[in-house]
Write a protein of this length. Structure first.
Length: 544
């Protein structure tokens, strides 16, 4: 048995033969060309055909993976109409007397190299796209049909890289999973794979000998086993069966409302740590994102992520959610979440220390950079901003003032942004006690029960020795939640829970009776929660 590791872009298990996909590059010799005018006509005819193919792909993607993910094919169509691109092809035909195949392939390579060298992450991402469109036209010119990536038997596809158009063309009935050597987890290809719900690994170093061998792709553990041992194979088959049972549950509950038997509705949203989790959100049919823990962007970086880098990530999430609410929590770094480049001091009591909003209000340049990035992303969908670790009205006012300053800057620069709701995490006893005053300042509260339990019970949530004492069902915690809901509602704020307790099914009925408006949980907990909600009847007395 051989084992190779990579980076999983979708949890799941795939079992089957590996099939290595070798791209059939169009022959692009500079050899016997017709006149430049005739080669240009050949190019133009192929370009029109490529545009038609892209139109068909767009429609297919629209149906299968939604408008936002299909948009890549519109981008490809636009790129094929781009004047600079067309001038470059023409220039090669005229100055080098080359074939149209050669001119288009060379233009694809040149533009791709130029895009890859740019600082702008968006343009860098276009490097693969320009190669993709050029390959498409070259294939048409050389009479090559688009290669079938898979054979007749279902298989796990192995490739150096897959372009978005290759990915969306994959016949899902034949595709068990895919493994690539290159590619980023933020690429459109990865987004499509997640949306299509296909277990996939990237960054895997494979070799030719893998072709045709039996393998287990274990997306949960980021690895692939080639020629798996018998006991491992049966364990994985069992795991796969359990996944299928879960899938069946998903299927029956998808698109159904989160409404009790007596008609009370509650929103069920999902928590995410980065843009890579968005596939799970879609897959589990969450109504929105109730907590985007933005600090993970900082933790994954070697240095402060720039406004532009953050903007692109927030925008991707917001666009993918296509108008559904995305609540972005501002930087909650410190305590257990440390990034070396922040140069935070060692502290005696880090959970009670310099963290979250305390850092943001004292290092305002970092905070403003994030607020600007979030505001800019808000032009692309429905965004809410949420401040963590609030203990006072002063903090909320200061944070809002900085937000207003960022809005004024953007207005002045002529940069668009949308309407954003502003809310706070209620995760300190202080916030609960002054919830009436805080509610006057914001649109919503989201209860961070992980920290609220820690601070209410005076128990370090990081200390495993105290697990036995860490009791989020403690009456003090439950009363705090009730008080927060009542105070929020008195002042027109909606109130949700985004801490782990929100997914605790033994408390779902209690939360509904308390009047919570939203529960935000890990994506895989969305549908089980929906099941419970739909089985409750609040018109009946609660069982003692
Ligand atoms: C919480 O404290 O409940 C919460 C959701 O935030 P985090 O777990 O990220 O501290
Ligand atoms: Mg917290």
């Amino acid at each position: 048995m051989e084992v190779a590791t990579g980076k999983s872009i979708l949890n799941g298990i795939a079992i089957g033969p590996l099939r290595i996909y070798r791209k059939a590059e169009a022959q692009a010799s500079a050899g016997t060309a017709l006149s430049p005018e005739e080669e240009w006509e050949r190019f133009e005819a192929a370009r029109v055909q490529a545009q038609e193919q892209l139109g068909v792909l767009y429609e297919k993607a629209l149906e299968e993976v939604g408008e936002d993910n299909a948009a890549i094919f519109e981008i490809h169509q636009m790129m094929l109409d781009d004047d600079d691109y067309l001038d470059a092809v023409k220039g090669i035909l005229e100055t080098q007397g080359a074939t149209a195949e050669y001119a288009v392939s060379a233009t694809g390579e040149n533009f791709s190299a130029a895009f890859a060298a740019m600082d702008d992450a968006y343009m860098q991402a276009r490097a693969t796209d320009v190669k993709d469109i050029s390959q498409r036209v070259a294939n048409i010119l050389s009479g090559k049909a688009e290669g079938s990536l898979l054979g007749d038997e279902p298989a796990i596809l192995v490739a150096d890289d897959l372009t978005p158009s290759e990915t969306v063309q994959l016949d899902k009935s034949k595709l068990l999973g895919f493994i690539t050597r290159h590619g980023s987890s933020n690429s459109h290809t990865a987004i499509l794979a997640r949306t299509m719900n296909i277990p996939a690994l990237i960054g895997v170093d494979f070799d030719e000998s893998w072709d045709g061998r039996l393998a287990v792709l274990d997306g949960y553990n980021h690895c692939v086993y080639i020629d798996p041992a018998a006991d491992l194979l049966s364990t994985m088959e069992e795991k796969q069966k359990n996944d299928l049972k879960h899938e069946a549950l998903l299927q029956t509950l998808k698109k159904k409302p989160n409404v009790t038997l007596d008609g009370r509705e509650i929103k069920v949203y999902a928590n995410i740590g980065n843009a890579g989790d968005i596939g799970l959100v879609l897959q589990n049919d969450a109504g929105g994102i109730g907590l985007f823990r933005s600090e993970f962007l900082y933790l994954e970086s070697e240095d402060y992520p720039t406004e532009e880098e953050q903007f692109l990530i927030y925008k991707r999430v917001v666009e993918t959610m296509a108008g559904k609410k995305v609540i972005i929590r501002t930087l909650d770094i410190g305590a257990d979440k440390q990034a070396a480049y922040f140069h935070l001091d060692q502290e005696e009591n880090p959970a009670l220390g310099y963290r979250a909003i305390r850092i943001c209000l004292t290092r305002q340049e970092i905070f403003k950079q994030q607020l600007r990035a979030i505001l800019r992303a808000s032009a692309f969908g429905t965004v809410s901003i949420m401040f963590p670790m609030i203990i006072s009205v002063r903090e909320v006012r200061d944070a809002k003032e900085l937000l207003e300053a960022c809005k004024a800057e953007l207005r002045q620069e002529g940069v668009a942004f949308g309407q954003v709701e502003v809310g706070i995490m209620v995760e300190t006893p202080a916030a609960v006690m002054i919830a009436d005053e805080l509610a006057e300042e914001v649109d919503f509260f989201s209860l961070g029960t992980n920290d609220l339990t820690q601070y209410t019970l005076a128990i370090d949530r990081q200390n495993p020795k105290l697990d036995h004492f860490y009791d989020p069902h403690h009456p003090a915690v439950l009363r705090m939640i009730r008080q927060t809901v009542e105070a929020g509602h008195r002042h027109g704020c909606w109130v949700g829970i985004c801490g782990e307790l929100g997914a605790d099914q033994t408390l779902t009925e209690t939360f509904l009776r308390m009047g919570l408006d939203e529960l935000s949980v890990s994506p895989s907990a969305v549908l089980p929660l929906r099941k419970i909600i739909r089985s409750l009847d609040l018109s009946k007395e609660p069982e003692a």
